[in-house]
Design a protein around this ligand. Sequence first.
Ligand SMILES: [Zn+2]
Length: 365
Amino acid sequence: MRSWSLRIGTFFGIEVLVHWTFWILIIWVFLMHFQAGHGWWQGVWGALFVLALFACVVLHEFGHALTAARFGIKTKDITLYPIGGIASLEGMPEKPGEELLVGLAGPMVNLVIAFLIWVYLTATGQPLDLAAVGSDDMARLPFLWNLLFANVVLAVFNLIPAFPMDGGRVLRSLLSFVMDKSNATRAAAALGQFLAIIFVFLGFFYNFWLVFIGLFVFLGAGGEAAAETMRAALSGLKVRDAVMRRFTLFRPDDTIGRVVDVLLNSQETVFLVADADRPIGTLSRTELIRGLSEQGKDALVSGFMNTDFAVAGPEMKLQDLMEQLSAKGGAAAVMEGDSIIGLIDRENIEEKLLVQRTLKERNKI
Ligand SMILES: [Zn+2]
């Protein structure tokens, strides 16, 4: 995704990126306004408005990111998509009070912007033309009044108490004061999905956009609940609990054909490549298939292995490794001192969780 995004700049140590699909939105808005028969000026007006609005969205994301930074959580980047901005935080604070502040910070930024615009408009004597409110022609209302309303809408919309909106996070952190975190997540996610169904239902009668928002919220709530369940299940487990200790080690000058033989004749699905007992790459189905299709069975492992893989120690928390594997993909080499003791990937971890859950169920009477 990264290569499809344009880098705008780095502020407070956080990169701001614009995804290419965002420019389609700008062109679309320009054409819509232009086509409405109002001429170039209307088109430019619409495009400028969207740009100004998205500048406010970026400030909203910085609200989250800079609040999180106060609690020691870094943000990788902020990317703008046509549906809004996403700040990639490297984690979420564990304390509910801190999560509450991080969640509220975004919408608060929009309310502050709206307030500042209001102060400016009032001070410069530009009252609201009530006749223009709600008319079809956005441009009849001054640019800044439009921007003020849009910021209020952004704040309210984001405070809907449903994942993946900020309001879902706020609700979860409030519930976390009175119940444990996974129950709080489940409750917040359930409310989110309930609201989403209402959105979809209302959307069919009133505004079709609500259907999209509803589906977006529904999927987001489910995803968040699943991630939290996984997080809770992983807590307390270490890499040594899930590491695959029986594995075939390959050398960089082995052929892809040899690896495929092992793949077909064993339970192994990912492989480690080592040079003089030092791990230098991993191979999964993706790399094997690429090697086979590009150069056939005699291709060398070294040309296709993934060299950007994680290395973990047996005492590392599974939760931390899972986060790394989600970001990087592939498998991790497990090292104890200088020697390779095993290999681990998401599948191992998920299997481990499955076994644990089954054992727990068995103990229930
Ligand atoms: Zn937000």
